[in-house]
Design a protein around this ligand. Structure first.
Ligand SMILES: [Zn+2]
Length: 212
C-alpha cells in the first residue's frame, strides 16, 4: 500500500479499492490522502478537506439555486409588451395550458428534488462541521442517495432552450438572470456530486458519535 501518511498508527483497517478491488491496509487515522498502490485511486481523503469545504460548496449552491428560482428565466417581448417568467411561473403556466405531466416533471426535477437534496446535505454537514451528530443521519443519507439520480436540472434547462428556439420567431426572447444562474447551478451541482463522499461522511458521523 502506498501511503504518504507520516504518523505510524498501530490501528489498521483492510479496505478494497473501489476502482480495482485490490485489498490493502488503510491506516485508521491517516492525516493525508491515501491512494491505491495499483491504480492510484483516492482511498482516503485527508481530514480538514471535509466537511468544511463541502459545507461551503453546499451553501454556495443553495445561494445560486435561490437566484435561479427568484429571478426570471426568460423575458418575452411581443408587440412592445414585456413579460418575464420565473421557473415557478413557467410551471403554473404549463398547468393552465393543461400540460400537467410536463409541469410536474419541471417542478420535481428542476426545483423540488435539487432543493430537498441541498437542504438535506446542509442538515447533515452543518452539525458535523461543528462536531455534533445530526438526528436521523442514516435515514437522511439513504434518502439523499435515493433522490440524487432524479434531480435533473439540466433536463429542465434543455426544455427551456428548446421552447426558446420555438418562440424566437413569435416573440423577442431575452434570457434572464435566472437562466444564467441555472448554468452556474448545473456546474455547482456536478461539482457537489463528484465531491460527495458517503464513506467520509459516515466516518465523520462515527467520529462525532464517539465523542459524545
Ligand atoms: Zn486500485
Amino acid at each position: 500500500m502506498m501511503s504518504n501518511s507520516k504518523n505510524s498508527t498501530h490501528h489498521h483497517a483492510k479496505t478494497a479499492c473501489h476502482e480495482c478491488d485490490l485489498l490493502q491496509v488503510l491506516p485508521v487515522a491517516a492525516t493525508q490522502n491515501v491512494v491505491c498502490c495499483r491504480c492510484g485511486a483516492l482511498l482516503h481523503r485527508a481530514p480538514g478537506d471535509q466537511p468544511q469545504t463541502s459545507l461551503a460548496l453546499v451553501l454556495t449552491t443553495l445561494f445560486v439555486f435561490a437566484l435561479a428560482n427568484v429571478f426570471p428565466v426568460v423575458g418575452l417581448e411581443v408587440g412592445g409588451v414585456r413579460t418575464a417568467t420565473t421557473l415557478l411561473g413557467t410551471v403554473s403556466q404549463l398547468m393552465r395550458q393543461d400540460m400537467l405531466p410536463v409541469a410536474m416533471l419541471v417542478l420535481f426535477t428542476g426545483v423540488l428534488l435539487p432543493g430537498i437534496e441541498l437542504l438535506a446535505l446542509l442538515y447533515l454537514l452543518l452539525p458535523l462541521t461543528l462536531g455534533r451528530v445530526p438526528r436521523g443521519f442514516p435515514s437522511v443519507m439513504r434518502a439523499i442517495q435515493m433522490l440524487h439520480p432524479w434531480g435533473m436540472v439540466e433536463v429542465f434547462l434543455l426544455g427551456v432552450l428548446v421552447s426558446l428556439v420555438k418562440l424566437a420567431h413569435l416573440a423577442q426572447v431575452h434570457p434572464g438572470i435566472g437562466l444564467w444562474s441555472f448554468f452556474v447551478l448545473i456546474v455547482l451541482l456536478a461539482t457537489s456530486a463528484s465531491r460527495f463522499d458517503a464513506a467520509l461522511l459516515w466516518e465523520r458521523y462515527e467520529a462525532c458519535r464517539a465523542i459524545r
